[in-house]
Design a protein around this ligand. Sequence first.
Ligand SMILES: Cc1cc2nc3c(=O)[nH]c(=O)nc-3n(C[C@H](O)[C@H](O)[C@H](O)COP(=O)(O)OP(=O)(O)OC[C@H]3O[C@@H](n4cnc5c(N)ncnc54)[C@H](O)[C@@H]3O)c2cc1C
Length: 394
Amino acid sequence: MGKRFNSGARTGVVIVGAGPAGLVLGNLLLDHGIDCVILERRERKAVEGRARAGFLAAHSVRVLTQHGLAEGLLTRGRSHRTCLFRSEQGEFTLDYGQLGRGEVHTVYPQQELVRDLLAEYLRRGGEIRFDAEVEEISEGRVRVRDGADVTGRYVAGCDGHRGVGRAALAALGTRTARRDHGVSWLAVLVAAPPSLAAVGYALHARGFAGHMARTDTVTRYYLQCPRGTDPADWSEDRIWTELATRLRTAEFGPLKDGPVLETAVVDLRSDVLDRPGTGRLWLAGDAAGLISPSAAKGANLAVLQAERLAEAFARVLNHDDDSGLARYAADCLPRVWRAHEFSHWMSTLLHGPSAEDTDEAEARYGRALQYARLDSLRTSRTHQDFFAENYTGI
Ligand SMILES: Cc1cc2nc3c(=O)[nH]c(=O)nc-3n(C[C@H](O)[C@H](O)[C@H](O)COP(=O)(O)OP(=O)(O)OC[C@H]3O[C@@H](n4cnc5c(N)ncnc54)[C@H](O)[C@@H]3O)c2cc1C
């Protein structure tokens, strides 16, 4: 344990948001002996029940293990090393655990990770206020909806891509690089065991479909859908029929079905802030950049950034050395951009013709490129190594 930071009534770091970024940051700051408080707008039950990510990269597992935050995922998570692609040309499987750097994923539902991180944060003596929506951040002062003011030497905006942290930083002149991938996914969580031993990616003229294990009894599916889709228009029957068509069950065997637990529409958008902080306000996770879910990188980038930001805060608060904060962007951005580059590549592989392909000839060209990419991945060992290294890497 490092020296406990104490500056009178002020907290060392006020953290806005109790997602993976805020909770990893909070735990690591406590490790460094730095006082912090987390302000979270939702109730505890809602925070602990929000099902999103599931695939943790080896780097995230290493960071969480090093800091004593991995007990749950190491005991209940499952190692995952294969993915398969289906299309009108058949099916092939990549054992990515044997390709590239030989790294694998650990499948562990995000809500379970959040539950573990929160329990550990409280066990370490951390302070958190639920139902505390932050309305404004200015000069280290955070105003909560109920009228309370909380002041910190620093504020960490870990409040997602629609949060106030990002808005406050934009007012300080940060620029955003942005891409709208022009497609949406119906994200479906079902109470059924995984149907495939691998992550499944299906390319189909009706749109992409995806299959991702979560636990022995819960599976996530995705269906590409038009922008503006209302999840209420998708009955259980319609979901299973569409999944069966796009995952080509007539050719490859049936899916294990079960009740649909949750549906939501995710618009595939990505953005990156050129400067994830300045002065007393610093951002991590989706607040610092949103990445489309096509390569399952968001929670992993949140862990990376929280780790780097915790180091930087520890340096400045415990040793009066702000070089870590000055380096924070340069430390993270090259890896963030590699994740975005790969995620964008995955998006073009999975979705085929883009929004810019406006006429039939352009759509045909886009579809042909998609199949050329798939064929290259199926046949080229060099391409497979590139895929594996980027798929599992952060
Ligand atoms: C369907 C889906 C599947 C995904 N699958 C994967 C995957 O397999 N692997 C992967 O790595 N990533 C995946 N992601 C992305 C991943 O879930 C996110 O990148 C991750 O949650 C980001 O963590 P975060 O802590 O930055 O933000 P969040 O998890 O969004 O947490 C932000 C927190 O801040 C709180 N908050 C917001 N505003 C305020 C406010 N004003 N005041 C106080 N609190 C506030 C919110 O309530 C929330 O609890 C997926 C995302 C989706 C939508």
